[in-house]
Design a protein around this ligand. Structure first.
Ligand code: DGP
Length: 114
């Protein structure tokens, strides 16, 4: 796949407000937040979309989701709750083609989403 803006963030070529990092996962605040807390969790090894993930990526995607839950616990909004979202392709609203989990918190989410 081609490089994306998230690849540049991983390589520290452009700035980002990084809030969480492990060997496999990086998380930083979304540039265009949709909630008081809006953090993007990305795998350091890029996968373009959820469609491109294979069984070989299962552990990495598990780590990605667990990283979001770990961050929620560390920050103390796990009990109030939060939303995690993976957008895929055009109808899903995906604009950056490096798989990422949105973590949204700090307000009550509505359902169904728009
Ligand atoms: P999605 O629409 O699901 O592909 O989400 C992409 C998100 O990435 C969107 O909410 C805005 C955010 N974003 C785009 N470019 C940048 C950037 O350069 N820095 C940061 N921190 N976030 C970005």
């Amino acid at each position: 796949m081609g490089d994306t803006i998230f690849g540049k963030i991983i390589r520290r070529e452009i700035p980002a407000d990084i809030v969480y990092e492990t060997n496999d996962v990086l998380a930083f605040r979304d540039l265009n937040p949709q909630a008081p807390v809006h953090v993007l969790f990305i795998p350091k090894r890029a996968i373009a979309t959820l469609n491109d993930a294979t069984a070989a990526d299962a552990e990495l995607i598990g780590k990605l989701v667990l990283a979001a839950a770990d961050y929620a616990k560390r920050e103390g909004f796990d009990k109030d709750g939060y939303r995690t979202v993976i957008n895929c392709n055009e109808h899903g609203g995906q604009t950056v083609f490096h798989l990422h989990v949105h973590l949204l918190a700090g307000r009550r989410m509505t359902w169904p989403p728009g």
